[in-house]
Design a protein around this ligand. Sequence first.
Ligand SMILES: CC(C)(COP(=O)(O)OP(=O)(O)OC[C@H]1O[C@@H](n2cnc3c(N)ncnc32)[C@H](O)[C@@H]1OP(=O)(O)O)[C@@H](O)C(=O)NCCC(=O)NCCS
Length: 141
Amino acid sequence: MGEIRLRAAERADVAALLALWEVAAENDSRPSDSADAVARLLARDPQACVVAEFDGRLVGSIVAGWDGWRAHLYRLAVHPDYRRRGLARRLLVAAEERLVALGAGRLDAMVLEGNDLGQSLWRSSGYTPQPEWRRWVKPVS
Ligand SMILES: CC(C)(COP(=O)(O)OP(=O)(O)OC[C@H]1O[C@@H](n2cnc3c(N)ncnc32)[C@H](O)[C@@H]1OP(=O)(O)O)[C@@H](O)C(=O)NCCC(=O)NCCS
């Protein structure tokens, strides 16, 4: 197999990103993604989303969000055909390097209780669950 390249996502990637997330991401218990929302993210922080590209096709992603206060990781996803070859790890390392360079002292990710695959990835990458916290949410429009 040729080289899988990591780079920042661009405005032109939005449709391909949404298509990747349809088949590859953790999609339960969350609002659905939209092209507008992804475009807004990239307009606000053009380096926030790192993608893995192979042969012109997006095969992996991660969003490394930094708001100047906290750092959050979202949308870590690898296309099913490209799993188990260290790609999530590569994406995570790239995201971690970016967030540390921006000043983050701690990184976090939301992981569904039933997502054993996701939990195994985060655990093996040094992340641990924080049982004393529960996320409180309020949908707004
Ligand atoms: C979780 C996911 C991103 C892993 O992607 P990947 O490229 O296959 O992961 P890697 O090859 O980099 O593996 C990194 C580590 O994750 C763990 N892992 C990955 N796949 C695993 C599997 N099928 N079973 C057990 N552990 C697994 C292992 O600890 C692995 O390290 P190792 O290869 O040294 O054992 C991918 O399976 C995916 O996209 N899943 C659906 C979306 C998702 O759940 N994302 C996480 C949201 S919280």
